[in-house]
Design a protein around this ligand. Sequence first.
Ligand code: HEC
Length: 128
Amino acid sequence: MSSKLRVIAVVAAACFAQGAWAADAKNDAEMKKLASASGCLTCHSIESGKPGPDGMKPIGPAWEDVAKQYQGKPGAAEFLTRVVLEGSSPYSSHWKGKVSGLAMPPNAVAIKETDARSLVHWILALGR
Ligand code: HEC
């Protein structure tokens, strides 16, 4: 293949991958695997409207609800990456009354910063 053709092929592949990303965010197996391996799914569901254990309010907010809550807010990805790594405070819960957990414990022990950032970008894309 000539180098020019190769460039076109790479660009086309990248465009295709992006389209697939937007359409299939909910079914992103790699992100689900990462979330599960990092322990996130013990407290979070991906889809909104699922009850928590014993039919109580879920422990943490469904990630579709997180996506809606932060949609279009500048700096949301950076802010949420910090919350995921460092946890939130029970004295100023961000989801007070909506979930049964008072705060999220720091996850930095369970997940690398780059992985936390990828998960947050994926979570924010769930609202589209
Ligand atoms: C032990 C339970 C628990 C685990 C494990 C957990 N979370 Fe949470 N998470 C919560 C709770 C509770 C909240 C709501 C915090 C609040 O109201 O301040 C929350 C909130 C969030 C939010 C929204 C934060 C905000 O400020 O609005 C995101 C995003 C999130 N979690 C992502 C993750 C990711 C990614 C992981 C895995 C690396 C994870 N969580 C693991 C319980 C958990």
